[in-house]
Structures are given as structure tokens and as C-alpha cells.
Design a binder for this molecule. Structure first.
Ligand code: PGA
Length: 248
């Protein structure tokens, strides 16, 4: 069985002080949890304080984005080596907000994953369809296209896939557990067909995950965890999602 993997994507929320406050409250709530991997992805400016506070814990530190070049004249960008030295072991790549607001294409996502892996970072690759695409019965085509483009010439080790239907992100409209499982099963099939080691890859669901729906989502055989936005901003809410995700 794949170990549940629960990740917090804070997006553009929390100052360094607020991050410190969160972690000080959150760690005691999950100190005895060993049945799930836990990850926090705060904004860049909180990585330093988070790395210090998480150092002797089992919580993984990640960034929400990275650039695909190693160094140079790229004002405002952050390299994988910088993330490593800031204490990150993982990075989220290809979130739909990056695709939507910052024009990230599958080609860019692919380059980012390559540079991140080369520098020893694990990756959470985000994919997912829009409402329009779902209603036009294009969900599987979109997922296939995103997987083929994002994972071109890449092996599957160090990769977690987050399936995040865009219509479910921040809307309070969660996919049903059947919709999530169906999409995850499709993603797994694609990986089995095109790559080695597909069965070991964890597939997280993302989109309006809360303490109230995590247990139901996790009953599904293909749902290996969650990528959580809004409900990860409060320590008790995120801790409840972590403990609710542990499959019995
Ligand atoms: P949400 O965001 O939980 O607030 O819907 C999830 C995500 O975008 O990763």
C-alpha cells in the first residue's frame, strides 16, 4: 500500500511571523503521526523560518514553485539549488494558478521538473481539467496531454502527481470520491503504459479538501493523499486532515 501523503499549499498567504505561529501550534498536533507523510509549502519568504522550526520534525518542507534555469540573469526567480539550501526537499510544479496567471505550459513545467530533479528535489506535479473541459468530456484527453508534456523524457521516481480539477479549487465544490478515483485510475493507467514504476507513484487529490471530506476521499483505492489549500491555513484544520487521511 502507498503511504498517505498530505501536503499544505499555502499559496500567497502567511508572513514569516504567521508561519512561525502556525508551525508552533501544528507540530504538537501531529507529533505522534507516523501513518502519513506531511508536507508544508509556505511562500518563499517563510522558508527560512519554516526550515528552522521543522528541522527536527518529520514534516517535509517544500516550495510552491521554482525556475528551470540553474542560475543567471533571471530577476525575481529562484533556483532549485537555492531551495535546497533553504531547507526544501520538494517543490510543487505546474499548479493550475501558475498555468492560468503566469502562462506556464507543459513544456515549461517539464523543464522545471528536470532541473528540480537534477538538483535532488522531489516534485509534486499538478494537473487537472477546467469545468469547460470536463463538461465537454475532455477530462481524460487533458490529463493525457498534461502528463505526456510534463513528464516527457522523465522517469517517475521522485514524482508525486496531484490531480486538481480546476473547478474544485477554492470553490468549496469538491469532486466526488468516485470522480477523484476515476481520474486517478486514468492517470495511473497512463503512467503504467508509458513509464516504469507507476504503481509506486502517489496520486494526491486537490480541490476543496476539508476535515469533513478527507476520510471519504481516502476510502478510494487510487486516492493516496491530498494537496490542500484553504483548509491548510489553520493548524487544527490541517492536523485533522492529516489524521483523517490515515487509512485503517
Ligand atoms: P483548495 O486549493 O484546497 O483551497 O481548493 C487546493 C490547491 O489549489 O492546491
Amino acid at each position: 500500500m502507498r503511504k498517505p501523503f498530505i501536503a499544505a499549499n499555502w499559496k500567497m498567504n502567511k508572513t514569516a511571523e504567521e508561519t512561525e505561529e502556525f508551525i508552533n501550534s501544528f507540530l504538537p498536533l501531529v507529533k505522534d503521526v507516523s501513518g502519513a507523510d506531511i508536507l508544508l509549502a509556505p511562500p518563499y519568504t517563510s522558508l527560512g523560518v519554516a526550515a528552522r522550526l521543522l528541522k527536527s520534525s518529520h514534516v517535509i518542507l517544500a516550495a510552491q514553485n521554482v525556475f528551470y534555469e540553474e542560475k543567471g540573469a533571471y530577476t525575481g526567480e529562484i533556483s532549485p539549488a537555492m531551495l535546497k539550501s533553504a531547507g526544501c526537499s520538494c517543490v510543487i510544479i505546474g499548479h493550475s494558478e501558475r498555468r492560468q496567471y503566469f502562462s506556464e505550459t507543459d513544456t515549461i513545467v517539464n523543464r522545471k521538473i528536470k532541473t528540480a530533479r537534477k538538483n535532488g528535489l522531489d516534485v509534486i506535479l499538478c494537473i487537472g481539467e477546467s469545468l469547460q473541459e470536463r463538461e465537454a468530456n475532455k477530462t481524460f484527453d487533458v490529463l493525457d496531454r498534461q502528463l505526456a508534456g510534463s513528464l516527457a523524457d522523465l522517469p517517475l521516481d521522485r514524482i508525486t502527481v496531484a490531480y486538481e480539477p480546476i473547478w474544485a479549487i477554492g470553490t468549496g465544490k469538491t469532486a466526488t470520491k468516485e470522480q477523484a478515483n476515476e481520474a486517478h485510475a486514468h492517470i495511473r493507467q497512463w503512467m503504467r503504459k508509458h513509464k516504469e514504476g507507476a504503481d509506486a507513484v502517489r496520486i494526491q487529490y486537490g480541490g476543496s479538501v476539508t476535515p469533513d471530506n478527507i476520510e471519504s476521499l481516502m476510502t478510494q483505492p487510487e486516492v493516496d493523499g491530498a494537496l490542500v489549500g484553504g483548509a491548510s491555513l489553520k493548524p487544527d484544520s490541517f492536523a485533522k486532515i492529516v489524521t483523517g487521511a490515515i487509512k485503517n
